[in-house]
Design a protein around this ligand. Structure first.
Ligand SMILES: CSCCC(=O)C(=O)COP(=O)(O)O
Ligand SMILES: [Mg+2]
Length: 256
């Protein structure tokens, strides 16, 4: 069975590459919001205190600090996080900023990188198991058998993406995946990011099919020339009539 065609009646040709979003597409929004995010929030302060001097944590803190400068300039924040290595000064302001970002479900590169680092021990110690919808593993298998390559493009950091699929409830799914993209490639709502992804994969944009739950991402990918299918999963934001007109949609991967 094919995806529900868009109401404007256009049909897509057979893609060579499947590019998938995670939250709202392979994995429920509630798993991300009710399991992963609270885990990172609970462990945040302890993680930062313990790993403050780790160079990779320090470079993530730099990214978060720079983001706070931009957010302050744009009037989203009253003041930026102070820069420098003085933990006693920086840590309280950093925590304040990160709690604010988490409260607002911001998809910034720095927050996402830090969440991935915190989830690492949770996944490796078996406290977290990646949830995927039950139609995902058979779809991965089917796509690979029919010669398609599967890639992920999520706001979650590449490190976090690999953890979710490696330590999934149904075992290691990374064997099916050819690569991963996160917001270090570019924002998911900009067409340029999808052009870069198509160049990095090495195939023309119109041979890639992107599946996402977020309409802004769908329009950006479409503008870049990708085929786009919108994911309708329980708990996703409803689509408008216009979005239903503009994109085919699926409620699971059985029809893709
Ligand atoms: C283990 S992946 C974490 C998912 C995440 O943090 C997130 O924000 C999901 O965003 P997406 O772009 O996949 O909708
Ligand atoms: Mg999503």
């Amino acid at each position: 069975m094919a995806p529900n065609t868009p109401r404007n009646g256009t049909e897509a040709s057979c893609p060579k590459v499947i590019l998938l979003d995670i939250e709202g597409t392979t994995t429920s929004i509630s798993f991300v919001k009710d399991v992963l995010f609270p885990f990172a929030r609970k462990e945040l302060e302890t993680f930062l205190s313990k790993n403050w001097d780790d160079p990779s944590v320090q470079s993530t803190i730099d990214i978060i600090q720079k983001q706070s400068e931009d957010d302050t300039k744009q009037g989203l924040l009253e003041s930026e996080i102070p820069s420098g290595l003085n933990k006693d000064v920086v840590l309280p302001e950093l925590l304040k900023n990160l709690y604010w970002q988490m409260d607002n479900d911001r998809k910034t590169t720095g927050l996402k990188a830090l969440q991935g680092k915190i989830w690492k021990s949770g996944f490796e110690e078996g406290l977290l198991k990646g949830q995927v919808y039950e139609d995902v593993p058979p779809a991965f298998q089917r796509w690979k058998e029919s010669g398609k390559d599967i890639y992920i493009y999520s706001s979650g950091s590449v490190e976090a993406q690999i953890l979710l699929f490696k330590y999934s409830e149904v075992g290691d799914l990374t064997k099916h995946l050819s690569g991963y993209f996160d917001t270090t490639t570019g924002p998911k709502i900009e067409a340029s990011s999808y052009k870069i992804i198509s160049e990095k994969i090495g195939v023309p944009p119109n041979t890639i099919m992107f599946c996402t739950d977020v309409s802004k991402e769908a329009y950006a990918a479409k503008e870049a020339g990708l085929q786009v299918v919108v994911s309708i999963r329980p708990g996703n934001a409803p689509l408008t009539e216009q979005e239903l007109t503009d994109f085919p949609n699926v409620t699971n991967f059985n029809s893709l």
